[in-house]
Design a protein around this ligand. Structure first.
Ligand code: NAP
Length: 525
């Protein structure tokens, strides 16, 4: 339902606005703090004379919360009511049978209780919207929950939470309150102000926010970032044409049928995971989407995953380690490795897994047996760690080779295996060489971690890089007669193992490999 705030400067102009807006609004909000000489009886009568069905909200915003209007023209004519004047005005709205009166949580429990009792005394026709505005920022999720609980305890018919979004993730925090309220069978209006908050004004009604606020036109905006009614209607119409919203808002809000997944990282623009996962989801007949999110605040993003019932997430650079502190549970392999690349959302309980090591091992198993074989692993970062862990688990013998000695030694000490500096790679003998450094990755395709002459002793050479599919290392290794494999299979397997954790269904690995290979072919030209 769309609510249009009446923000005219004078009673006369407000009466004109009412006549115009009744035609397209589900609710009108009489902003008595903005209508300088507003006559409440006249204004309510004017609405009722045009329509019985348009709902009426009477609001007399506290100046400090109304200042969210910022440099909007309405900011210049905010009237300041004393607490008594305001209470009298809201009581009058109850006398006049407005559908709702809006009172700020900051007015305190006593004032709210008086108003609530007055509503009850007059037959309970009018409900209380208990509102909270933060015009400068978005508080933490814990604080938002506290605000919500206070509003409920004070008898809100509808809880209203509106904060200022400084960054995109603030929307997730506030939107997460909508399903939270629904679980508590509580009506809620929740959205963010400001340019960054505009997306929440579109998403909130889809998630089940009781009302969304839209201006008649840009001149009548009552909060920064507010869309116009025509924009809101256009978006709603577009959403109705969209496959997802044909299933009704209820499905979106409850997230019962849709299975949505996300990639959390920074940057994510070049990631091939959305292409691969969406092809797999479609083939598996799962109604859902996988989308990449460039995240700057990990904690907020994880709150959003819970709040919006996102079923699972992939985690990539730079969050594979830091994400662990925000999860409810981490599985044993991921704990041992010390990194998580997969999250399963089990009805709000977030469990972390690591499928990188498994992806790598599945790839190696297709090439060779692991038991009792020696593996020279170049690199000592996250992928090297996953490789050492998997190889040891399957009875292989990893040897670490790294540029930075301290980092290499630290990994070798952790897993009690030998270490060589990169400069000494030539002195090492092993069955298989695995590159886990980015050396040779597009666009630096002329780079290699090991010169061709050093590759003669290896039967197998593996590169975790998959862009390009054939790195300089692999080309040199093939020329030396080694059997080689690129990181593409690891990428496909780690992604497939994610899908298996999320859905319990075996994903179409061949298709996943095909779509990524085709895309890489186009990239490589
Ligand atoms: P990371 O944690 O940053 O570790 C990178 C390692 O590479 C470090 O040990 C670093 O050595 C070494 N290194 C970087 N630049 C080097 C250079 N110029 N010369 C010598 N050594 C260098 O990275 P990661 O997460 O392990 O990722 C590494 C690679 O694996 C990336 O290319 C990534 O795309 C790929 N990867 C592929 C898959 C897949 O599915 N195929 C999955 C995950 C990762 P220092 O310790 O000396 O800094």
């Amino acid at each position: 339902m769309i609510c249009v705030p009446i923000t005219a400067k004078t009673n006369k102009e407000a009466l004109r606005e009412i006549k115009r807006c009744c035609a397209f609004a589900d609710f009108l909000e009489l902003r008595m703090d903005l209508i300088a000489d507003g006559n409440l009886s006249d204004l309510i009568a004017a609405i009722r004379s045009v329509s019985d069905s348009v709902g009426i909200i009477v609001t007399c915003r506290k100046k400090e919360e109304a200042l969210s209007a910022g440099d909007l023209p309405q900011a210049k004519h905010i009237a300041e009511y004393s607490k008594t004047e305001k209470m009298d005005l809201l009581k009058k709205a109850i006398d006049l049978k407005a559908d709702f009166v809006d009172i700020e949580l900051r007015e305190g429990s006593d004032a709210i209780a008086k108003l609530r009792n007055y509503c009850v005394k007059l037959g309970g026709v009018t409900g209380l919207i208990i509102s909270y505005h933060d015009i400068k920022k978005t508080p933490s999720v814990a604080k938002l929950i506290e605000i919500f609980q206070q509003a409920v305890e004070n008898g809100a018919a509808v809880v209203k939470i509106v904060t200022f979004a400084k960054i995109a993730e603030d929307n997730l925090k506030v939107l997460g309150m909508i399903p939270y309220a629904q679980k508590n069978s509580q009506k809620i209006i929740a959205m963010c102000m400001g340019h960054e908050g505009r997306i929440s004004r579109i998403a909130a009604p889809l998630l089940g926010s009781y009302l969304s606020f839209a201006a008649q036109d840009f001149c009548a905006q009552s909060a920064p970032g507010q869309l116009t009614v025509s924009q809101m209607r256009q978006i709603n119409n577009l959403m109705q044409d969209h496959r997802l919203s044909n299933k009704s808002e209820a499905v979106l809000s409850a997230g019962q049928d849709l299975q949505n997944y996300v990639l959390l990282g920074n940057p994510v623009a070049q990631s091939l995971s959305p292409l691969m996962h969406n092809a797999a989801l479609q083939e598996m007949g799962i109604d859902g989407r996988y989308s990449a999110f460039c995240v700057s605040n990990l904690e907020s993003a994880l709150c959003g995953i819970k709040g919006m019932n996102i079923r699972g997430a992939s985690v990539t650079i730079p969050y594979k380690v830091s994400v662990m502190e925000y999860l409810d549970e981490v599985d044993e392999d991921a704990l041992n490795i010390g990194a998580v690349n997969t999250i399963v959302n089990n009805s709000g309980h977030l469990i972390g897994y690591n499928t990188d090591w498994l992806g790598l091992m599945l790839m190696i198993r297709e090439l060779m047996t692991v038991k009792d074989k020696t593996f020279a692993i170049i690199g000592a970062g996250g992928t090297a760690l996953a490789a050492v862990y998997g190889i040891l688990k399957e009875g292989g013998l990893p040897v670490i080779v790294n540029r930075t000695i301290a980092k290499g030694k630290s990994l070798s000490n952790k897993f009690n295996c030998p270490f060589y500096s990169l400069a000494d790679l030539g002195k090492l003998k092993a069955d298989c060489l695995i590159n886990t450094t980015p050396l040779g990755m597009y666009p630096h395709t002329d780079q290699t971690p090991a010169e061709a002459a050093m590759l003669t002793g290896y039967k197998y050479v593996i590169d975790v890089i998959y862009n390009p599919l054939k790195t300089r290392l692999l080309r040199d290794a093939e020329a030396q007669g080694c059997r080689t494999v690129s990181g593409l299979d690891m990428f496909v397997h780690q992604g497939a193992e994610q899908l298996k954790l999320w859905t319990g269904i075996e994903p179409p690995r061949a298709l996943m490999k095909k779509v990524v290979t085709e895309r890489l072919g186009k990239i490589e030209g």
